[in-house]
Design a binder for this molecule. Structure first.
Ligand code: G6P
Length: 607
């Protein structure tokens, strides 16, 4: 959420910063801007809307200099206008900021009383004005920056440059990520290593509260008290080449097609090929004796957690509490001592999930995190990380990361069940075989893309859509409804199929299609009865089932997609791919911005 990029070096800064912003655009696209030092003077260009608008401005009015910072914004305080776009600057300093300065009103009043004149509605401008105030009083850039940081409350990742100080940039982070990239005679700052991937693979991550002073030759790190500290330089994986669309129309389409690959890659990491047993890293707790699990996450990751709950309770007999992180963090629930906290996040940076992590660890629970970005803040703060091997996910709406999360949760379920003795060897063999079968089966889902496109024609006409599912198909319905809302802007609600008669049934008429996830298995008949009830009231039924359920359903549903028949354990993974494709095809028909839907952003680092 909000992307930051900066460079101090010897090459023109603007193209480097702009390319970094391109790779960060998933974090927000309300406005964008770059500031550089041109002969020591601060110059900046800004534009409302996407980066292409900034590119047009830069073409008209190029920006020179070898020291520069840039920002792509997801608006919090202040409308997404040019005037509110970052960088915020005075004649002495320019800053970019990701996060929320919670005490900005107090600071603003103080600074206005001291003669600083504000130009925007943003909280972020306070940082520039406060630094300006200190610089005007004769402080050095470092003194001014540190004095400014001491006054800030809230969350931030910040980069600052200073008039008359070419080759100097100061960065800081608290609650929002920031990475330093080490180049050859040039240094970079970025919100993540993806932004810096084409520039360098040598990255150091700031710890929470850290500040950094960078010049073309070196980076000096300081902790929140201002004490010099060392931060390790890590070599990141080579991902620079893998973030194109590879011939697909959208990142989302490409990432949908990567489902089989990422499930396979994740399984390779978690299942020993020789013994076909699930292998987990060493755990600082005993899986056999944990009394309960607490799962928390946001967005799609939360739905992955809901599916995990069905598995962990049924197969491993582990009682699970689950809540969205934004609620859990403030609920102060009475948790059983020794419970295992389980977090799920693609980015590893989502503010609410991170806060929930800290709350759980704060009361002494061990935390296991299922993460895609392995150098993320959550990764650094967790007791155990189980990595999803989904690669960079660029589309704002999550797809492949979701099935990779499910793959990890399925393996974790097997490992806990084995440790607790609720799964015998034969049972484990059966479930592992079901998982290993998944990449092939996931690939087969795409044979149904034309049929799903036909279904999308009905959905695209609707103003409201109801999604239904029972058991582990219920969270699949929730994921399907969320995906549809996010990218096609059609209102969708998901209900547990059995709950339909307690309310949503009153919505049903010909204009409200019902999308059901109804795989064959023990709950098939129950869900089918619910669908019959909807049909009897004129509902148009669109069903995702499998080859074993197709005959029964085609007599009831207007359209039926018979996805590959798999072991009931892994059906939610296959069903999810179906409902995600439906959302994508619907969005195509609606002509929306699939990869960057309005108002949304990825890596949500604000509350
Ligand atoms: C945003 C994204 C969702 C994602 C959620 C949680 O809302 O648009 O696709 O599921 O954040 O993100 P995380 O990185 O924690 O999985």
């Amino acid at each position: 959420m909000c992307g930051i990029c900066g460079v101090v070096g010897h090459r023109p800064a603007t193209p480097i910063v702009f390319e970094g912003l391109r790779r960060l655009e998933y974090r927000g696209y309300d406005s964008a801007g770059i500031a550089t030092l041109d002969d020591g003077r601060i110059e900046r260009r800004r534009a409302a809307g996407k980066l292409d608008n900034l590119a047009a401005v830069l073409e008209d009015q190029p920006l020179y200099g070898t020291t520069g910072i840039g920002h792509t914004r997801w608006a919090t305080h202040g409308a997404p206008t040019v005037n509110n776009a970052h960088p915020h600057s005075t004649s002495r300093v320019a800053i970019v900021h990701n996060g929320i300065i919670e005490n900005f009103e107090t600071l603003r009043k103080e600074l206005e009383a001291a003669g600083e004149v504000f130009e925007t509605e943003t909280d972020s401008e306070t940082i520039a004005r406060l630094a300006d105030f200190h610089l005007a009083a004769g402080k050095s850039p470092r003194e001014a920056a540190f004095a400014t940081l001491r006054r800030l409350e809230g969350a931030y990742a910040i980069a600052m440059i200073f008039a008359g100080h070419e080759g100097l940039m100061i960065g800081a982070r608290r609650g929002a990520p920031l990475a330093v990239g080490f180049g050859d005679g040039e240094m970079f700052l970025g919100s993540d290593s993806l932004a810096l991937a084409p520039l360098t693979r040598r990255i150091a991550y700031l710890d929470d509260g850290d500040r950094v002073i960078i010049t073309p030759e070196k980076a000096e790190f300081f902790d929140h008290t201002g004490k010099p500290v060392e931060r390790t330089i890590q070599t990141t994986a080579a991902i620079a080449g893998s973030v194109g669309k590879d011939g697909y129309r959208h990142f989302m389409e490409k990432e949908l097609h990567e489902h089989p690959l990422v499930i396979g890659q994740t399984l390779q990491r978690m299942v020993d090929p020789a013994t076909r047993k699930v292998i987990l890293p060493d755990m600082p707790f005993d899986l056999a004796t944990i009394p309960r699990g607490v799962i928390t996450a946001c967005g799609s990751a939360y739905f992955a957690g809901m599916i995990g709950r069905y598995w962990l309770e049924e197969i491993a007999r582990l009682p699970i509490d689950i809540d969205v992180a934004s609620e859990l963090r403030y609920r102060n629930p009475p948790l059983t001592p020794g419970s295992l906290g389980m977090l799920i996040s693609q980015s590893g940076e989502t503010a609410d999930t991170l806060a929930a992590l800290r709350a759980l660890r704060g009361i002494g629970l061990p935390v296991l995190s299922v993460l895609n970005v392995e150098h993320s803040t959550m990764a650094r703060e967790s007791d155990v990380v189980l990595g999803t091997v989904a690669g960079p996910e660029i589309s704002v709406a999550s797809t492949k990361a979701f099935t990779a999360q499910l793959t990890v949760l399925a393996c974790l379920t097997i490992a806990i069940a084995r440790a607790k003795g609720t799964l015998d060897e034969q049972g484990e063999d059966e479930l592992v075989a079901a998982l290993l079968d998944l990449p092939t089966r996931a690939e087969q889902v795409f044979a149904h893309q034309d049929a799903i496109r036909n279904m999308a024609r009905i959905v695209a006409e609707a103003r409201d859509v109801l999604y239904l599912g029972r058991g582990s198909a219920f969270p699949v319905a929730m994921e399907g409804a969320l995906k549809l809302k996010e990218i096609s802007y059609i209102h969708a609600e998901a209900y547990a199929a059995g709950e339909m008669k307690h309310g949503p049934i009153s919505l049903i008429d010909r204009t409200v299609p019902i999308v059901a996830s109804i795989p064959s298995g023990p709950l098939f008949e129950k869900t089918l009865s619910n669908l019959q009830e909807a049909k009897a009231r004129g509902g148009r039924l669109l069903a995702f089932t499998d080859e074993a359920g197709a005959d029964r359903l085609s007599a009831v549903a207007e359209q039926t997609i018979a996805l590959p028949k798999v072991h009931p354990f892994v059906t939610p993974i296959i069903q999810t791919i179906g409902v995600q494709i439906l959302a994508y095809e619907t969005a195509l028909l609606k002509g929306t911005d699939v990869d960057q839907p309005r108002n949304l952003a990825k890596s949500v680092t604000v509350e």
